[in-house]
Ligand binder design. Sequence first.
Ligand code: FAD
Length: 410
Amino acid sequence: MNERIVIVGAGHGGFQLAASLRQSGYAGAVILVGDEPGLPYQRPPLSKAYLLDKLPLSELFFRPEDFFSESGIQRVTATAIDIDRKKRRVLLDRGEAVEYDRLVLATGARRRRLPVEGADVDGVHGLATLADADKLKSALRVGCQNAIIIGAGFIGLEFASVANLLGLEVTVVDAASRAMARAVSPAVSAFFEAHHSRQGMKFRFGEGVASIIGSGGRAKGVETSSGQLLSADIIVTGIGVVPNDRLARAAGLEVENGIIVDAQLTTSDPNIFAIGDCCNFLLGSSGARCRLESVQNATDQARLLAARFAKDQFAQYDAVPWFWSDQGSLKLQIAGVSAGCDEFVQVQDVKGLSVLCFRHGVLAAVESINRPADHMAARRLLASTGRRPTSVEAGLKDFDLKRFTIEAAA
Ligand SMILES: Cc1cc2nc3c(=O)[nH]c(=O)nc-3n(C[C@H](O)[C@H](O)[C@H](O)COP(=O)(O)OP(=O)(O)OC[C@H]3O[C@@H](n4cnc5c(N)ncnc54)[C@H](O)[C@@H]3O)c2cc1C
């Protein structure tokens, strides 16, 4: 087979696609173009074990160097700067062009820049890449005493937990009214806020950052929107990401909050596909569009395309989304998407909390804190076509999600 698949982006989705193509027996050329130096690596540990020095660099890599040569995956370190759809080739910043039969965009998302004065000075960090994590690791270990985290999302709070564990005084500032407000129910926000506060973290919700205060080219603190001056040795921004869809947009593909794909992950060009954080896809059979930032989504989408390219298996993408976040001793696991849910039922014990989230009376997501059995049950339940609990059933005193799932499947 002389076919050539070019994958742009060598992160979770891009790497998984290349590896799955070979696992599925794909015999054509596989060219993996990535703009970061070094071997493809896992991102989640960057804000967790890697930052705490609990995971060596070698374990961040998906596979060692010889995996790529032995599997016949050609790695190209370069930035793709243009797509010539007529000639089916991708132009690289180093001057050459790579021809494709099928092109997969797995370009991920990039950090949203803090739009205030002083945001670019030394001492203001982001956390999206290995290079960012290495910079932060060194900064944390040179006598820092206090940290300000701008943004109480997943990455902000994971970093805050690490800084807290390393003994820094931590203040989290967020314009929203609660933690992880975009992604979790109010009960889960409250659980995390209470836990982190007990560990000594301070929260300032409903307050934005007006500017970064600097001195001699270094950040010294922030001025909040209410005029408060907060000093810090280290400032980390975690105010979300934007999809890397510039290439697709410039090539005339349909783009809106990510690269628009159909149920089989094809863009508006039948020879170009998009997966992972950069793509805007159809969520199951609901017809709703969504863009997710999660390892599961990127890798499941990659596997679906690999089966299509290697074995001509055409399937619609309908995986149940799931996600996790580790913050100190708390593990949050989410199955499904709780955005738009209008009814919440809490199931709690001494170990943790699960929140069953209902949309128009139908169970749509389960958020679990330190309750892995609930999470696994929720994934099975949401993937099945079987009966789901009503909010009344979930609210009964002896309700057990795992037992319900087993009984529903029987
Ligand atoms: C610190 C951190 C912690 C996280 N923790 C979790 C977690 O606990 N659980 C979870 O589910 N998710 C987590 N995520 C999110 C998860 O890592 C992403 O959802 C996942 O990496 C998406 O995979 P992807 O392949 O779409 O993009 P990425 O893995 O981001 O890969 C995209 C790659 O494409 C490259 N690229 C972009 N444009 C070009 C171009 N023009 N040419 C060449 N290369 C290009 C980028 O540099 C990047 O290397 C975390 C993310 C971060 C940053």
